[in-house]
Design a binder for this molecule. Sequence first.
Ligand code: ZN
Length: 203
Amino acid sequence: MKIICIGRNYVDHIKELSNERPKDPVVFIKPDSAVLPNEQDFYIPDFSADIHYEVEVLVKIKKVGKHISPEFSSLYYDQLGLGIDFTARDLQEELKAKGLPWEKCKGFDGAAVIGSWVSVASLENVNDVHFSLSKNGSVVQQASTSQMLWNIDELVSYVSRFFTLKKGDIIFTGTPSGVGPVKAGDVLEGHFMGQSMFKIGVK
Ligand code: ZN
């Protein structure tokens, strides 16, 4: 199983990090060892003093596909979820400044939170799914998939030009604005169409 992540897919988040609006989606990969085991706490790693949460809608691939046209993308996924792309922002800033790859700041153990899944059939429109993240009970990120620069079908198509998608692969579709730091003792809870999808503690 691989985890393919999209960066800079919401205009308001691009602005908050003073990034350029990309011509193509920014793509990176997390190893399967980055998945935070179910119901476990997230431990802040010793190499960062600035771990940020990024809530993201997830797409679970259901069959093998390569060079998928956007009009056929919906045949390749049947579940959406919600997760967190934990990012060591201090380390990322260093790597970005040097033009180096992002794996160390985004692929470390526990950096991929994967919550519950919802069947696409139960959703009225995958391009208008409302989701949010709360920290210690206050909403810190809130958006709709309608605000994406590249929608889910376009992302599935785009990444399949570079990587063969396999059953069980997961795409993290990018975060909206409101990203911020976590500290020990925080509790993060994600909601998707009003339903709680994960709740994790930070240690
Ligand atoms: Zn992200």
